[in-house]
Design a protein around this ligand. Structure first.
Ligand SMILES: O=C(CO)[C@H](O)[C@H](O)COP(=O)(O)O
Length: 213
């Protein structure tokens, strides 16, 4: 099965977690796009969605699904999002689409995080996919130097500006055997807005192609 078909299958499978009357947390990316298309069929049975990006907001609105503000929506029952890598403990690397900050916020606000992936995303150890880090622009070089001290190779995602007006550094060369510790350590560096490790708050359910882990 191709990656696109697996993404579609995972995206459509997540629909069964959507309950009547829910406000649904919605992530970003090509897998989530399949979920949003499927969610359109249920739009009269949900209150709306809290979106993690301008890209997903546009697709939700195109389908006539109300996009709500997180501050007024309050705690959410579910969050549906993709990932760039997923380890056996459902810990993730995210941010390939540069939406990691809002994704982490909406995930944190949600009781259950359903992660939808194709099989290429499953790894034993995180880090083959370069780790995205959102930084305040003036701190790019400072953060880069700190990453080098930690053995990583920082690469500025030149030309990309996040929905929050910040920049992305992709860190190559890390084999992340303790993602919880690395997430905590990086979160302490001034200038880092969000680390694309979802380890302290991993996914609760992973739907991969036709399989559920
Ligand atoms: O973290 C993300 C965006 O910031 C995406 O979830 C991740 O990049 C996976 O994308 P796709 O479903 O297109 O493979």
């Amino acid at each position: 099965m191709s990656n696109a078909n697996e993404k579609r299958q995972a995206g459509e499978a997540a629909i069964r977690y959507v309950e009547d009357g829910a406000i649904v947390g919605v992530g970003t990316g090509s897998t989530v796009a399949f979920f949003i298309d499927a969610l359109a069929d249920l739009k009269d049975r949900i209150q709306g969605a809290v979106s993690s990006s301008e890209q997903s907001s546009a697709q939700l609105k195109k389908h006539g699904i109300p996009v709500l503000d997180l501050n007024t929506a309050g705690p959410l029952s579910i969050y549906i999002d993709g990932a760039d890598e997923c380890d056996p403990h459902k810990r993730l690397i995210k941010g390939g689409g540069a939406a990691l900050t809002r994704e982490k916020i909406v995930a944190e606000a949600s009781q259950k995080f359903i992660c939808i992936i194709d099989s290429s995303k499953r790894v034993d150890v995180l880090g083959t996919f370069p780790l995205p880090i959102e930084v305040i622009p003036m701190a790019r070089s400072l953060v880069g130097r700190e990453i080098v001290k930690l053995g990583g190779q920082p690469v500025w995602r030149d030309g990309v500006v996040t929905d929050n007006g910040n920049w992305i550094i992709d860190v190559h060369g890390w084999r992340i055997t303790d993602p919880v510790a690395l997430e905590k350590q990086l979160n302490q560096l001034p200038g880092i807005v969000t680390v694309g490790l979802f380890a302290r708050r991993p996914a609760d359910v992973v739907l991969m192609g036709s399989q559920e882990m």
